[in-house]
Each structure stands twice: as structure tokens, then as C-alpha cells.
Design a protein around this ligand. Structure first.
Ligand code: MN
Length: 130
């Protein structure tokens, strides 16, 4: 089984730990970035299979991170699926995340089963698991 890499851009250490534990349990390798710019910087070296993206970040927000990923000079990076994870539950936030280039949207608090399902949906082996 391939150990897929996932990049999680998140400034909250509790969420980072929670997600790391949950994804490790499923055999994924988690790479963490604590702000938007360091997340962007890691993209090409890590080349994750999917990106989990917090929206409220200390430097540039997740919407801007998503826009920069979708405009990245490396086409492989431009096509990495992005799952937005945010505490913003106001109507319109999901739409904003999708407009910025995110593929799906999850709200906090993080539900582990939902996280597993969302991540798995973007894994190339998905067909074999059905
Ligand atoms: Mn945050």
C-alpha cells in the first residue's frame, strides 16, 4: 500500500495533533505547516496527494493560499485537491472557499469520520477500496 502524503496548513496545534493522529491511523503521512506562506513553500518538495487548508491563518488567509495554489507555476501543484477546513460557518464562506479554488469544504469542529471520507475520496486508489 502506498503511503500517501497530505499537507495540512493549520495554525492551531490542537487541530494539527488531532488530524495527525486520525490520518496516521489510516496510514497517511502528514506534513504540517503553521501558516500560509510556509505551506506554499512546502508544496513542491512534499507534493502531497491532497491539501487540508485552514482558512483563518496568521499571515495570508486560506482563500489566498488556495488562489495561489491554483495559479502556481507548477501544473502538478495547481491540480492538487484542496479540502478547506474552517470555523467560519457564516453562509457564503463555503462558496468563498470554492470560488478560491478549494474542492470541498468542511466545518470545525473536525469530525474524524468526515475527514477520513473526504480525504479518501481524493486518493488515487479509491476505486480499489469499493
Ligand atoms: Mn486557524
Amino acid at each position: 500500500m502506498t503511503a500517501y502524503k497530505i499537507l495540512y496548513i493549520e495554525d492551531n496545534p490542537d487541530n494539527m495533533r488531532l488530524v495527525e493522529r486520525a490520518l496516521k491511523a489510516k496510514g497517511y503521512i502528514l506534513h504540517g505547516a503553521i501558516d500560509g506562506l510556509s505551506g506554499l513553500e512546502m508544496l513542491e518538495s512534499v507534493m502531497p496527494t491532497c491539501i487540508l487548508l485552514d482558512i483563518n491563518l496568521p499571515d495570508i488567509d486560506g482563500y489566498e493560499v488556495a488562489r495561489r495554489i491554483r495559479k502556481h507555476r507548477n501544473s502538478e501543484v495547481r491540480h492538487i485537491p484542496i479540502i478547506a477546513i474552517t470555523a467560519n460557518t457564516l453562509k457564503g464562506d463555503a462558496e468563498k472557499a470554492l470560488d478560491a479554488g478549494c474542492d470541498v469544504y468542511m466545518s470545525k469542529p473536525i469530525n474524524i469520520r468526515e475527514l477520513w471520507a473526504r480525504v479518501e475520496a481524493f486518493m488515487p486508489d479509491d476505486d480499489f477500496l469499493k
